[in-house]
Design a binder for this molecule. Structure first.
Ligand code: DOR
Ligand code: ZN
Length: 420
C-alpha cells in the first residue's frame, strides 16, 4: 500500500519505490475502527474518571480512530453554544477524531444544531444525565422534523412505560427484570417504520428479535461488546449495571449468533465510565454504564484469533459500516481513504488488567479476558501508537458527516470489507 503526502491511501498492493518504507513482518494491517457510541463526560465530568483527553487516548490504544461523543454531559449538548464550546475545548486535547452528538430537546435550537453537530441522539427513557424525554404523542412530529434536518439520528430505544414500577433491583438479574426486553420491543413499535428520509440508527440492541426486525425494516443499528459477551449473571455487582440491562444467557447467545452471521451492522462500545466508588454504592443507587472504547476491538480480535468470529465480519461492523454511516473516508484499505491503520500481531495476546489500561476509571467488566491490542496505530499515515503505547500529539479534529450520492446502505448483508 502507498500513502500520499496528504495521509490518504494512494494505491493498494506491493510498493517497491517509496521515500519511507515500513515492513510489518508477520503482522497484519487493518483499517482502524470507528466507535459510534462513546461518553467522554466532557464537559462536567471528573477528569479522574474520564475526559475528552483521556478517553481519546484510550480510543487510540484500542484501535479506534473516530469516536461519536454522546451529548448527556453537564451541561447537555442541547444548544449550539455548548456544542461550539465542546469543539473548541477538543482543539489540542483530542488524540483521535470526534463526531459530536447533540440532543434534540430544545425545538428552537434544532436548525442551528443541525448545521454544526455531527449527529443527534434521542433518549426515549431517562438515563445518566437525561431526565426529560419526549412524550409519546410528541415523537412522530419530532422524528419528522429530524428527518428534514439531514443528520444521522441515534435512538436509545427503551420505552419507560414497560419498566416495572416499584421494584427494587438488587443485582443485574433484577435490573433485567426491572427494564425488560419488552421495553426495547415497545420502543421499536414506536420508531418503525421511520420517516423515509430519516437516517435512523438504534443504539445498543439487546435481543435477536430486535435485530431481525431492524434488519427487515432496513434500519441501521449497533450491538455492544457487553450485550454480545456478558449476560445478567456474568457478575452480580454494580459494575455490571448498564442501560439497557444485560440479558439472559440464552438471549445473549442468540444475539451473538446473529452477530457472527453478519446480521448486525455495527459494533459500538457504549463506553460509559463511572468511578469505582460510584459503582460501589448499593446496586439500586449505583449509576449505569461501563467503560469499553479501549477494550472493544482487542477483545473482538481475540475472538477472531480463537476462530469464533470472521475477521471480515469484525472489520465490516467495527470499521467500515460505522464510518460510512457518518460519511467518513475511513474503515477501508482502499485508495482515497485516510491511512488510519492498525498493525496487529495475532500472537501478541494479553490478559485485561485495569492497571495496564489507559482508562483512569481503573476498572473493566472484562478483567482477565484475553485481548489483542494493536501494536501500532497510524492516523493519516502518522504513527500515534507504538508498541501498544500512545505516542501521538493531540491533533484529533472534530468531523461532520460527508455523504456522497449513492452511498451503500449500512444494513447491507455482505460482510466482506473492501481491499485486502
Ligand atoms: O448504561 C448507560 N450508561 N446507559 C446510558 O444510556 C447512559 C450511560 C451513561 O452515560 O452512563
Ligand atoms: Zn450510551
Amino acid at each position: 500500500m502507498a500513502i500520499g503526502a496528504s495521509g490518504r491511501i494512494v494505491s493498494v498492493g506491493k510498493v517497491r519505490t517509496a521515500r519511507r518504507r515500513r515492513d510489518v513482518g508477520d503482522s497484519v494491517i487493518l483499517p482502524a475502527a470507528t466507535d459510534l457510541h462513546v461518553h467522554l463526560r466532557d464537559p462536567g465530568g471528573d477528569p479522574a474518571v474520564e475526559s475528552l483527553a483521556s478517553g481519546t487516548v484510550e480510543a487510540a490504544r484500542g484501535g479506534v480512530t473516530l469516536v461519536g461523543d454522546m451529548p448527556n454531559t453537564n451541561p447537555a449538548v442541547a444548544d449550539v453554544d455548548v456544542l461550539e464550546e465542546k469543539a473548541r475545548s477538543a482543539h489540542g486535547r483530542a488524540a483521535v477524531d470526534l463526531l459530536l452528538f447533540a440532543v434534540p430537546s430544545r425545538p428552537g435550537a434544532l436548525d442551528r444544531l443541525a448545521r454544526t453537530a455531527g449527529a443527534f441522539k434521542l433518549y426515549l427513557s431517562p438515563t445518566t444525565g437525561i431526565d426529560r424525554v419526549p412524550l409519546r404523542a410528541e415523537l412522530p412530529g419530532l422524528l419528522s422534523r429530524l428527518s428534514q434536518l439531514g443528520l444521522p439520528l441515534t435512538v436509545h430505544a427503551e420505552a419507560a412505560e414497560e419498566f416495572r414500577p416499584g421494584f427494587i433491583p438488587r443485582d443485574p438479574v433484577g435490573w433485567n427484570a426491572a427494564r425488560p426486553t419488552a421495553a426495547e420491543g415497545a420502543a421499536l413499535d414506536r420508531l418503525l417504520p421511520p420517516p423515509a428520509a430519516l437516517r435512523l440508527h438504534i443504539a445498543h440492541v439487546t435481543t435477536a428479535a430486535s435485530a431481525a426486525r431492524l434488519r427487515s425494516a432496513g434500519t441501521s443499528f449497533e450491538a455492544t461488546p457487553h450485550h454480545l459477551l456478558l449476560s445478567e449473571r456474568s457478575g452480580l455487582d454494580s459494575r455490571f449495571k448498564v442501560n439497557p440491562p444485560l440479558r439472559s444467557e440464552a438471549e445473549r447467545q442468540s444475539l451473538w449468533e446473529a452477530y457472527r452471521r453478519g446480521e448486525i451492522p455495527c459494533l459500538a462500545s457504549d463506553h460509559a465510565p463511572h468511578s469505582l466508588s460510584a459503582k460501589e454504592l448499593p446496586f439500586e443507587t449505583a449509576p449505569s454504564g461501563m467503560p469499553g472504547v479501549e477494550t472493544m476491538l482487542p477483545i473482538f480480535l481475540d475472538r477472531v484469533r480463537s476462530g469464533e468470529l470472521d475477521l471480515g465480519t469484525l472489520i465490516a461492523t467495527a470499521c467500515d459500516r460505522p464510518a460510512r454511516w457518518v460519511g467518513q473516508p475511513l474503515g477501508r484499505i482502499a485508495p482515497g481513504h485516510r491511512a488510519n491503520l492498525l498493525v496487529v500481531d495475532f500472537k501478541r495476546r494479553t490478559r485485561l488488567d485495569p492497571r495496564r489500561l489507559a482508562a483512569p476509571c481503573g476498572w473493566t467488566a472484562f478483567e482477565g479476558w484475553e485481548a489483542i491490542f494493536p501494536w501500532e496505530h497510524y492516523r493519516d499515515g502518522e504513527r500515534i501508537v507504538e508498541d501498544g503505547e500512545y505516542v501521538g500529539r493531540p491533533t484529533g479534529a472534530v468531523v461532520r458527516p460527508e455523504f456522497a450520492p449513492g452511498e451503500g446502505s449500512p444494513t447491507e448483508t455482505d460482510t466482506e470489507p473492501a481491499g485486502p
